[in-house]
Design a protein around this ligand. Sequence first.
Ligand code: FAD
Length: 529
Amino acid sequence: MTSTALSRAGSIERMRQRTTPWDIVVIGGGATGVGVAMDAASRGLDVLLVEQSDFGKGTSSRSTKLVHGGVRYLRQGNITLVRDALRERTLLRDNAPHLVHDLAFLIPCHNLWQRFFYGIGLKVYDFLAAGNNFGRSHSVSTDDAVRVLPGLRRDGIRGGVIYHDGQFDDARLLLNMAQTAHQHGACLLNYMAVTDLTKSDDGSVTGVTAIDQETNEEFHIKCRCLINAAGPFCDSVRRMDDATCESMLAHSQGVHLVLPGAFFPGDTAMIVPKTPDGRVIFIIPWHGHALVGTTDTPITNATLEPAPQADEIQFLLNMSAAYLSKAPRIDDVLSIFTGIRPLVKGDKSARTASLSRDHVIRVSSSGLITITGGKWTTVRKMAEDCVNRAVKEANLNSANCKTKSMRLHGFMESPPVNDPRGFYGADLSAITELEAENQELSVPMCKSLSIRKSDIVWAVRNEMARTVEDVLARRTRALFLDSAAALQIAPDVAAVMAAELGQDDTWCREQCERFKSVAAHYVPQQGIA
Ligand code: FAD
């Protein structure tokens, strides 16, 4: 095992010094790519992962933050997907208890028939979970429904059904997976974009050309096996391999609104399994706020900062108003974030909501392995399948998969429940030590978010944070929780980072400008398409 700190300079140096081909190069630093790097490195393979932006900049920081079997896939009759996901849900909680925890969900019902119908469905969910149950489902009266969900609007509710699933912090889990991969010997780099593939005379893929986004330096990287884990962008990597290949993805975007916690007090979540137009909506307590999502809107182009559409926002506000005793208005929304689902195309007439959430692995005639689809919950299994395939295709010498019982970086058996920084797990004591050495670091940076200077110093020194956005969007979740507060503290964050990175005032100004333009997508009424 190597040191726990992720260092960009250290990874660049390792890449420069490498004279033989890597066993595996992974393109994409989202859940899928980092999952693959972690699995492969822990089997003893030499792995390099390159991410064009920051780890989790794509879909993997913009999920609904549920570790779930998928109640709605049950409705679609996809029993295998649900059963596998329920098993993975338990493995993820056992390997990262500091980030994944049980969450109770209430389905509010409007009549006894609904209570019966959802009650039976959730008994099937319990049954499929078998030994992996997070808690048994049960029916509740209207009084009990309002007691567990004090923010629920009582009109028209005739009791409900409670069941259990998991909740997590996606960007934090991704970082801990990247740290785990690094500790097992993988070399990981953010801000390194693959621009082309290299091939041998017989047309087999032999490596990539990548450009350092900080310096514009070009690297020629060789590997025995190349894995395309570029999520919604995987077709553009496939076209570097074969310019004429058909796209395999249909993109769909999902929008979330973040509201002050007062709109949805308590620690139970709510799911509306079927809105009048057939969608599924969650309202979830998350880091002291309420998360409302999501939509499923087909889009033609994948971009790194997708924009929410006005009707998606209105739909989420309408649904919140229908179920919450205090109806939120757009002015109440603290932040809006949008993610793109990389859905593998099925038959041409299928709606995106009905396309498979299962993962797909494809190997091109040149040997490029593309893995896409799936979901956060099942990423461990996706990675296991993908590395098994890579070992076979490239004839690599590898041990068996080890990730089923592999504790992730930060693992802590009993994380502090009420500490807003409990998500650091075992790292929290090291951050506290930083504060003990320099008390100035323990000062909160703003009233509404529990961010301290120590979090920023820690993110730069240990988590490869390179920009103000990295810190405010993914190392802390400030931008996702309260976009105005994040914008307000951006100059202070830049100053702390500049001191750590040896940067000057010009860098700070540029960082703040860049952050402002990214944050525009999250600020209600600014970034709407
Ligand atoms: P991404 O996270 O998008 O990663 C791909 C990465 O590849 C990007 O960071 C990109 O920058 C990089 N890349 C692209 N091209 C290049 C290149 N040329 N060079 C280098 N890097 C490149 N799943 C759940 O289990 N639970 C949920 O609650 C849940 N909610 C969701 C809600 C929404 C709205 C959406 C959209 C998805 C949700 N999912 C959920 C699914 C889950 O988030 C995704 O399946 C998962 O994040 C996809 O990860 P990925 O690594 O494949 O893609």
